[in-house]
Design a protein around this ligand. Structure first.
Ligand code: UD1
Length: 422
C-alpha cells in the first residue's frame, strides 16, 4: 500500500493559514550548534522530515537534541564523530552544511558527496573552494569529501564564482570561528542568510553585511549558546498565496511578512492579485481573472526558483500566456508533464516553458518529483475539476508542515489515503 494525497478540486480557499518557521533557515541554524559547546535553542522550528533528518545527522555526530512542540535544543559539547554518512546526505543535500563548522572547530570533517539529485548536478565546488581559501585541504575519497585543517581555519578574501545559498552559509559558519577576518563577496542575499547571521551574532559571532553581496566576518575564538526564533517560511507563504489565487479564494496568511517576497508580490500583482498588509501577515485575493505574466527565476531578491512550479500551475489557467524561464537549476521542469496530464498547455524549450492558459484544469493521478514540484501539483489539484491524487508524498513532507490541516482550515477537500501500490 502507498499513501497518496487526494484532492477534490474546484473549491476556493477561504480562511486563515498560520505560516510555519522556515525550513531553509532552520537547517543552517540547527547546524550552527556545532560551533559551540553550549546549548543552542531554536524556536518556531517547523515539523518537517528535513528537520528530523538534520536532527538525526547531528545526533550521529554526538549532538544531544531535545525537542518541544516547535523548539529544538541542541548541545554539541561532546562531538563523537566528524562523519556525515551517505545514507543521510543522499536524502537531504543540505547535510553538506556540517562540513564548514566541523572542519572549523575540530580540524577534520568527512561528508559524503550528495551525488545525483533530481534538480541536476548541484555541485559543491564553491563550498570547497571557499574552505580551501580558508586553509583547509579538501580531497575526495570513496565518495566522501575529506576536509582537514589541523591548525584551524584562517580568514580569507573569497569571491564566489556562482551565487550559492548553501556555500554562503557553509562559509559563514566556518568563518565565524576562523582566525582573523573573512570577506565573502558575490554571496547570496536570501533572507535566510540574514537569519543565520543574526543567530550567529546572538551566539557571539561578528558577522556584518548579510543581505548584501558582501559579508565580513571577524573570527572569534569561541561562540556561546543562545535562544533564537526561526524566521517565517517565505516559500510556504508564497505557495499558499498562489494556492489562494489559483482557486479564486481569499486568504489571510499569518506569522509571516510580505517583506520577504518583493518580486513574487510584484509578479502576482501583475497577474491580478490584491495584497493587503495586516498585523503579522497579509490578506490575498484576486481582482478579476488571472492574467499571464512572464517570470524568470533569479537569486534573491529575484523570483524564487522554489515558487516556479506553483507559479506555473497558476499560469496554467491564466488569460493569455506566460513565458517561465528557470535560471537557477537545470531539470526543474519535471512538474510540466504532470501539469500537462491535468490539461495544462505547456511547451518547454530549453530553460523556458511557454504556458498558454486554459479555462480549466482537470483532476488526474500525478507524481511528485521534488518538494516544490509537489506544491505546484497541489495548487493545480485545488483548482482542477474533479479528483487529483498525488503520489510520492515524501517530497511534500520534506517542506510543508501540516499541509492538509492548513488547507482543510480554508475549506479544501484534501486527505491522505492508502492505495494499492501496484
Ligand atoms: C538553496 C535552497 C533551495 C533553493 C536554492 C536556490 C536550502 C536548504 N535550499 O539550495 O530551496 O532552491 O537555494 O535558491 O536552503 N552551485 C554550484 N556550486 C556549488 C553550489 C551551488 O555550481 O558549490 C550551483 C547549483 O548547482 C545551482 C546554483 O548554484 O545551480 C544555486 O544553488 P544553491 O544556491 O547552492 O542552492 P542550495 O543551497 O543547494
Amino acid at each position: 500500500m502507498a499513501t497518496v494525497l487526494k484532492i477534490q478540486g474546484g473549491f476556493p480557499l477561504n480562511g486563515t493559514i498560520q505560516i510555519s518557521g522556515a525550513k531553509n533557515s532552520a537547517l543552517p541554524l540547527m547546524v550552527a550548534c556545532l560551533l559551540t559547546d553550549q546549548p543552542l535553542t531554536l524556536t518556531n522550528v517547523p515539523n518537517l522530515a528535513d528537520i528530523r533528518t538534520t536532527t538525526q545527522l547531528l545526533e550521529i555526530l554526538g549532538v544531544v537534541a531535545t525537542q518541544g512542540e516547535d523548539t529544538r535544543t541542541l548541545c554539541a559539547s561532546h562531538i563523537t564523530s566528524t562523519t556525515a554518512p551517505y545514507d543521510l546526505v543522499k536524502t537531504m543535500r543540505a547535510s553538506v552544511l556540517v562540513l564548514g563548522p566541523l572542519v572549523a572547530r575540530y580540524g577534520i570533517a568527512r561528508v559524503s558527496l550528495p551525488g545525483g539529485c533530481a534538480l541536476g548536478a548541484r555541485a559543491v565546488d564553491v563550498h570547497l573552494e571557499g574552505l580551501r581559501a580558508m586553509g583547509a585541504t579538501c580531497d575526495l575519497d570513496e565518495g566522501y569529501i575529506i576536509a582537514k585543517a589541523p591548525n584551524g581555519l584562517h580568514g580569507a578574501n573569497f569571491t564566489m564564482r556562482v551565487v550559492s545559498v548553501g556555500a554562503t552559509e557553509n562559509l559563514m559558519l566556518a568563518a565565524s570561528i576562523a582566525k582573523g577576518q573573512t570577506i565573502l563577496r558575490n554571496v547570496a542575499r536570501e533572507p535566510e542568510i540574514v537569519d543565520l547571521a543574526n543567530c550567529l551574532n546572538a551566539m557571539g559571532a561578528k558577522v556584518e553585511g548579510a543581505g548584501t553581496d558582501t559579508i565580513t566576518i571577524e573570527g572569534v575564538s569561541a561562540l556561546h549558546g543562545a535562544t533564537y526564533k526561526v524566521m517565517p517560511d517565505r516559500l510556504e507563504t508564497g505557495s499558499y498565496a498562489i494556492a489562494a489565487l489559483i482557486t479564486g479564494g481569499d486568504v489571510v496568511l499569518k506569522n509571516t511578512s510580505l517583506d520577504y517576497l518583493p518580486m513574487v508580490r510584484e509578479t502576482l500583482e501583475k497577474a491580478g492579485a490584491v495584497f493587503e498588509e495586516e498585523v503579522d501577515g497579509f490578506r490575498i485575493y484576486q481582482n478579476g481573472p488571472i492574467q499571464g505574466v512572464d517570470v524568470m527565476t533569479e537569486p534573491y531578491p529575484g523570483f524564487a526558483t522554489d515558487l516556479q512550479a506553483p507559479m506555473m500551475a497558476l499560469m496554467g489557467i491564466c488569460e493569455g500566456a506566460s513565458m517561465i524561464t528557470e535560471t537557477i537549476f537545470e531539470n526543474r521542469f519535471m512538474h510540466v508533464p504532470e501539469l500537462v496530464r491535468m490539461g495544462a498547455n505547456i511547451q518547454v524549450h530549453g530553460a523556458s516553458a511557454m504556458v498558454r492558459g486554459v479555462k480549466k484544469l482537470s483532476g488526474a493521478p500525478v507524481m511528485a518529483t521534488d518538494i516544490r514540484a509537489s506544491i505546484g501539483l497541489v495548487a493545480a489539484g485545488l483548482a482542477a475539476k474533479g479528483d487529483t491524487t498525488i503520489s510520492r508524498l515524501y517530497h511534500l513532507d520534506r517542506g510543508y508542515d501540516s499541509l492538509e490541516t492548513k488547507l482543510q482550515g480554508c475549506g479544501a477537500i484534501v486527505e491522505r489515503i492508502k492505495v494499492d501500490a501496484s
